[in-house]
Design a protein around this ligand. Structure first.
Ligand code: MG
Length: 342
């Protein structure tokens, strides 16, 4: 077996100069002895996958309530698709595949139950108590405070490139790998939401084909006998790879062509009208919103052991502990907790 340092050096030779090197640049908050076989970001990937927050992604809504249909995405399968696209893009562009994978795997850890409806409910509840809720910030809080990897420090003690890569809207300088994951996220959900919408009969193929980009993807599928999700994803990835210029000093070195960005916007508008605003989806969303809001109110009236434990561990307010507790729940556990408490 070659020594780790030599393997890292050899792997770095495959990266472009603006990529994050495999040993990382920023290090961890708490120093740790080096691993014998895994690169630093590979260790981080394993920590993320083995965390409870990651396991719970399987029980969380993407667009549909988790468990609603065997062939619809959950937050976990969405996350896996983002990781897959991120890895492919990173490898092709000469960026750090392991770092991209880590950011992708952790990017939605902070999503509360019931998707955006749950997020809105938590944010509204927090506003009523002088705070706010935003899922990217919660992902950051999970890996730095709430998860446990060692009794010697809080959080997962991940390399800082990952931790900061989770704060999408922060002014911090982002690595190219973090920017790439942000776009891979949109490639994943725009493609798979078309698939889920069709599977759930929210709209017909004819409806979808009124969108020029979907029509174009459909022509591709006819040539090759494949399916529209893959064709869409392929077109988006190809455009991104062709249009990105990593050596330039552009503000957005990784981006779609202006034409593709416009086409994608049309597809977004279609999905907004026909999927996210569909009565069936809205009804589920409102139900999720009610569950999260009622649960927070009840827990404030009757804080349980979990809240006390969380508060003691994080040193925060009872409000913050309720937010952390509820945000971490799966859809089913939130619904069950509400029926137990009320
Ligand atoms: Mg996502």
């Amino acid at each position: 077996m070659k020594p780790l340092s030599q393997r890292i050096q050899e792997a770095n030779a495959l990266l472009i100069p603006s990529a994050t090197p495999h040993e990382g640049r920023r290090g961890r908050t708490y120093e740790e002895p080096a691993d014998e076989t895994r690169f630093p970001f590979q260790r981080d990937r394993d920590r993320i996958i083995h965390s409870y927050s990651f396991l719970r992604l399987q029980g969380k809504t993407q667009v549909f309530a988790a468990g609603e249909g065997d062939h619809l995405r959950t937050r976990l399968t969405h996350t896996m698709e983002v990781a897959q696209i991120s890895r492919d893009l990173a490898r092709t562009l000469g960026l750090n595949e392991d770092l991209s994978e880590c950011i992708a795997l952790a990017h939605d850890l902070g999503h509360p139950p019931f998707g955006h409806a749950g997020e809105e409910a938590l944010n509204a509840w927090m506003h009523g108590h002088g705070g706010h809720f935003e899922h990217n910030e919660q992902s950051h809080r999970i890996v730095t405070v709430l998860e446990k990897h060692s009794s010697k420090y809080p959080g997962l003690n991940l390399n800082l490139e990952i931790v900061e890569g989770l704060l999408k809207h922060s002014p911090l300088h982002h690595t190219l790998e973090a920017r790439l994951v942000n776009i891979a996220d949109s490639i994943a959900y725009n493609s798979h939401d078309c698939d889920d919408g069709l599977t759930a009969d929210l709209f017909s193929r004819e409806d979808l084909l009124t969108v020029p980009l979907a029509r174009q993807a459909y022509e591709h599928t006819r040539e090759r006998g494949t399916y529209i999700r893959g064709a869409l994803q392929h077109m988006l990835v190809e455009d991104l790879l062709k249009h990105s210029s990593l050596d330039s000093k552009d503000n957005e070195p990784i981006s779609f062509s202006p034409a593709m960005a416009a086409s994608l916007k049309e597809l977004r508008n279609f999905l907004w009208d026909h999927m996210y605003m569909h009565p069936t989806v809205r009804e589920q969303a409102m139900k999720g919103h009610r569950i999260v809001a009622s649960l927070c109110d009840l827990l404030l009236k009757h804080p349980n052991e979990k809240i006390a434990h969380l508060q003691a561990r994080t040193g925060g307010t009872v409000i913050e502990a309720i937010k952390d507790y509820v945000a971490g729940m799966t859809d089913a556990f939130a619904a069950e907790s509400l029926s137990v408490l009320s």
